[in-house]
Design a protein around this ligand. Sequence first.
Ligand code: NDP
Length: 237
Amino acid sequence: MTEFSGKNILVLGGSRGIGAAIVRRFAAAGGQVAFTYAGSADAAQALATDANARAIQTDSADRDALIATVAAQGALDVLVINAGALVMGDPLTLEPDAIDRMIAVNVNAPYHAAVEAARRMSDNGRIIVIGSVNGDRMPFAGAAAYALTKSAMQGMVRGLARDFGHRGITVNSVQPGPTDTEMNPADGPNAAVMHGFMAIKRHAHASEVAELTAFIAGPHGAMITGSLQTIDGAFGA
Ligand code: NDP
């Protein structure tokens, strides 16, 4: 596959899970792919070698480091903002610092990364954030702050699509439902409850989310912007 041949692609949070599947998808299609990670150095190095991609350690919670990393990639064709944290529990007892860190990674970082990328992005570039169906629907207790972060992404992509549209740059959110990763294993204790909300009662594979991301990033995605692309087995329907 040469669909992304010569394209300069950055995936924020690419060492594991959905992000790693996205790195593999773009690299397999000829893209020059760099990806960031925070803690999983071994997984990042293994993926970099295997997929012929470049691993960069940058914690998305460190705003200045994140902006510097995005700027250092030059004129990007595609930015995928996948890095995300999930903090769940009783809001009355959750640590405020843990909530603030989640908001820093899931909300502040995507905004600053998208804006920094747009400063030097090629015309007709693509900015894609991995949101969540929980931006639309939160049927469980204990995840209000996580849902808050994913709803925030919906407003961000709508607004930035307006800001960058005159350059042909598209800005979209891919909203997965339950997807089999370390964050949300298909055999985890809450899987059956989640499947109960779905028409197709299984976790998605990370590769399925990567495929939708690649479509939006590709030539057929030129008129898709300011949109929420949900891939959730009807969890949110
Ligand atoms: P995982 O926890 O399996 O992987 C998260 C990835 O993001 C890792 O590569 C991790 O790197 C990276 N990451 C996390 N925090 C940071 C940070 N501060 N700086 C840089 N990189 C970071 O999660 P998933 O693959 O499941 O989730 C990916 C995205 O998809 C998230 O935004 C999540 O909210 C969203 N999502 C997931 C769903 C699911 O069911 N799995 C459903 C809906 C949305 P490292 O380990 O190196 O820190």
